[in-house]
Write a protein that binds this ligand. Structure first.
Ligand code: ZN
Length: 363
């Protein structure tokens, strides 16, 4: 076991090392002169090869040629120009990639993103489907936890649960579902707003997961103590979210922040699983291992296979079983804590009841 733990620790360190050297990934395809020419031509003519797009029909003074008056509004015009640009980027990228493939070249990133093929206008259909599945899994896990703690396990006389982390896991469930929702939106339409929402919800979820892991493993039950642990973490995550939203949407920095939090989170659980004698600690081992492996997919990103499945989509796929196991561990933990607290209370009750009887007997 000790050797396994050592291996895990080294693997995590190696992950972290990899993170700080990831990113960049060579020159982007957007610098390719053939691609640049194609985009310039497309924005003028609205065509790539013999394919022309509705969004790019402008007259010489920049006004759209067709459409009713309300479509002549400046806001709509800007939208249309913007749509024209994304269409041009997409079709030039596809045309360029086809030519490159014929020459036996490997795919390159354009504007920091791999060349994906759209389905019904959805930019990364596989990632969207997997995000939706993850959302469904989170919902299922959260509902099963809810039913367990409120309907299957005994409640306190004030109708609260014996399990002291119920509220925190509820917040975790809500943050997870929020994060998968925005992930699905972002992968279907990648614009600045959806990107910001996806990154912000992801880092909020990760920050909260780390906080929860510290509170649970150190058994912090007092409100003030919980706040003392939460304050610096909340401050850090808020700063990062503000930086991304109002200063610079820096993906590399975001990835480093996310992976640092994720690695710390897994380390906390791993160390605890090693020293505690929790009955479900073996699940934590699998979670740490699964989490570590899925992180590798996020670090060493490879281009989409057939234009659809890239490493990020696979990372979304691995998080489905991981989510299932997480909620299973959470349910086990709720059951374990509740039964031990309940037993303790019953023992106390019996002890005092015994003393009371003894008193009555006058002994
Ligand atoms: Zn994603």
């Amino acid at each position: 076991m000790a050797r396994f733990r050592c291996f895990l620790f080294l693997a995590t360190l190696w992950c972290l090392f990899g993170v700080y050297h990831a990113g960049g990934g060579g020159g982007g395809g957007e610098a390719d002169p053939l691609y640049k020419d194609c985009v310039d031509q497309c924005e003028k003519t609205g065509c790539v090869g013999d394919r022309c797009f509705q969004h790019c029909k402008f007259s010489s003074d920049g006004k759209p040629i067709d459409g009713p008056w309300y479509m002549h509004e400046p806001l709509y015009l800007r939208w249309k120009q913007w749509d024209c640009r994304t269409d041009c980027h997409y079709h030039c990228m596809q045309a360029r990639e086809e030519e490159r493939m014929k020459l036996g070249d490997k795919p390159v990133k354009y504007h920091g993103k791999w060349p994906f093929r759209r389905i019904y206008g959805i930019q990364e259909p596989v990632a969207v489907a997997l995000s939706a599945l993850n959302l469904a899994m989170q919902f299922h896990g959260w509902v099963s936890f809810f039913i367990l703690v409120y309907y299957k396990l005994p409640l306190r006389p004030d109708k609260k649960t014996y399990y002291e982390y119920t509220g925190l896991w509820h917040i975790y469930g809500i943050l997870s579902m929020n994060s998968w929702f925005w992930s699905a939106i972002f992968h279907s339409r990648d614009v600045e707003l959806t990107e910001k929402l996806d990154y912000s919800s992801a880092v909020a979820l990760l920050g909260f997961s780390l906080l929860l892991s510290i509170l649970r493993t150190f058994n912090v039950r007092d409100g003030t103590a919980r706040f003392m642990v939460a304050a610096p973490l909340i401050a850090f995550v808020t700063t990062h979210v503000l930086y991304l939203n109002f200063y610079k949407l820096d993906y590399d920095l975001h990835l480093k922040v996310c992976l640092t939090i994720a690695v710390s989170h897994l380390l906390v659980w791993a160390i605890w699983a090693g020293i505690s004698n929790h009955p479900a600690r073996w699940k934590l081992w699998f979670l740490v291992l699964g989490g570590g492996l899925s992180m590798l997919l996020e670090i060493y990103d490879f281009p989409p296979y057939m234009g659809y499945v890239d490493s990020h989509a696979l990372w979304h796929a691995t998080s489905i079983p991981v989510t299932y196991l997480w909620w299973s561990f959470i349910r086990d933990d709720a059951e374990f804590r509740t039964s031990s607290l309940h037993k303790k209370l019953e023992e106390w009750g019996l002890k005092y009841w015994g003393l009371f009887i003894d008193l009555l007997k006058g002994e």
